[in-house]
Ligand binder design. Structure first.
Ligand code: ATP
Ligand code: LTN
Length: 347
């Protein structure tokens, strides 16, 4: 029973973003990383870099290692605190792959075949290019979540179906082998803070956008970021007004401005009443430079000391394994695997 003096245990949240680019972009920061940073105070947070998921599509080994380090440094620079949150690289915790295998064996082939992300990706690349790893992407994701007895999983709408599968697998396992897993809830992050491409404001800002000028890479020279804001596509007319239908370009700039300064869009609209697009762009360029510069400097500092970065990640992996190994041991025992005793322990 919880006594009135014991604070209620914090709920556990878990999320991850793949190391598939040379730098996070402004959309990643505003749409995801910033929320993770804010959630650290309220929740027992687990964040990780799903590098095992990154190899489910074509990849380059040298690039993968480099990108994993960069993304780790960018998350820490952006405010993920490895003392507050558990922060680690997925491949450093072997229990992820181990639990994924066990889950594969209670997942129906038809069930996995219905995952729309797999269908979309194989439609694009052709069934021959798809690997078993890509097919098993959702069960590895379920393992990521279930290993930590996660309560809440903040992800985008595109991950909803994977979350549903995770809940089904947790319930199925619990029914068949005994209560083992917390059944997680999805907290689908509404696309409230979706950032659009600066050159094509009908597409989202992306690491794979049509033109590099549409994206602000957080590691690029801040002068380039300023230039991209100043040359962003704006709309017909002159009025600075938030109207995503009629004025997608200006609205996107207002969203970025508001996200980085905390000023509301309404406040900004009145501040810029009667002014020109150019004024907004010049000011926003300064805001972006002031935001990007310290973040970039801190990322470079972290990257300049790879031993320290590796130490932080090793510490995170150790903390993660303390939890993951307990869950995996329960799973193995309940599934009937013979316990393995090390010879060192017997002697
Ligand atoms: P990309 O098109 O850049 O490859 P992605 O969604 O594949 O985008 P991830 O690395 O999976 O990129 O993204 C990490 C997080 O950033 C996700 O939670 C995603 O929702 C968020 N995100 C990506 N692009 C944007 C954007 N333009 N605006 C807001 N959030 C974004
Ligand atoms: N599939 C997710 C990344 C991811 C993830 C996870 C997110 C892998 N494992 C576990 C939340 C929880 C994506 O592409 N955004």
């Amino acid at each position: 029973m919880t006594s009135s003096t014991t604070p209620a245990a914090k709920k556990r949240i878990l999320s991850g973003a793949k190391p598939t680019a040379d730098s996070l972009h402004l959309g990643n920061y505003i749409g995801a990383v910033r929320n993770w940073v804010d959630m650290q105070a309220e929740y027992d947070a687990v964040f990780f870099i799903p590098d095992l998921h990154a190899i489910t599509v074509d990849f380059d080994p040298t690039e993968l290692a480099k990108r994993t380090r960069i993304v780790a440094a960018q998350y820490i620079a952006a405010g993920i605190d490895p003392d507050k949150s558990i922060f680690f690289v997925q491949s450093h915790v072997p229990e992820h792959a181990q639990l994924a295998w066990a889950l594969n064996c209670i997942t129906g082939f038809g069930e996995a075949s219905r995952m729309t992300q797999f269908k979309d990706k194989t439609q694009k690349s052709g069934a021959d290019a798809a690997t078993l790893g890509l097919f098993a992407y959702p069960t590895l994701m379920a393992a990521d979540i279930l290993l930590y007895q996660t309560d809440l999983v903040p992800v985008g709408e595109d991950q909803r179906q994977h979350l549903e599968l995770t809940r089904n697998l947790a319930q199925r396992f619990n029914t068949r082998f005994g209560a083992t897993f917390t059944v997680p809830e999805a907290t689908i992050v509404k696309e409230r803070a979706k950032i659009y491409d600066l050159q094509n404001p009908s597409a989202k800002m992306s690491k794979t956008g049509e033109s590099p000028n549409g994206t602000i890479q957080l590691l690029e020279d801040p002068k380039i970021a300023a230039k991209r804001i100043k040359s962003a596509v704006t709309d017909a007319g002159t009025e600075i007004r938030f109207d995503p239908e009629e004025k997608p370009g200006v609205s996107n700039l207002l969203t970025i401005y508001s996200s980085l300064t905390g000023k509301s869009v309404v406040e900004l609209e009145s501040e810029y009443q009667g002014k020109m697009y150019g004024h907004l762009k010049v000011d926003l360029a300064d805001v972006v430079v002031d935001f990007v510069t310290p973040l970039r400097d801190r990322t470079h500092e972290l990257m300049a000391d790879p031993a320290e970065l590796d130490r932080l990640l090793a510490h995170g992996a150790e903390r993660a394994r303390e939890i993951a190994s307990v869950t995996l041991a329960q799973v193995y025992e309940r599934m009937g695997f013979l316990p393995s005793f090390s010879l060192a322990g017997v002697r």
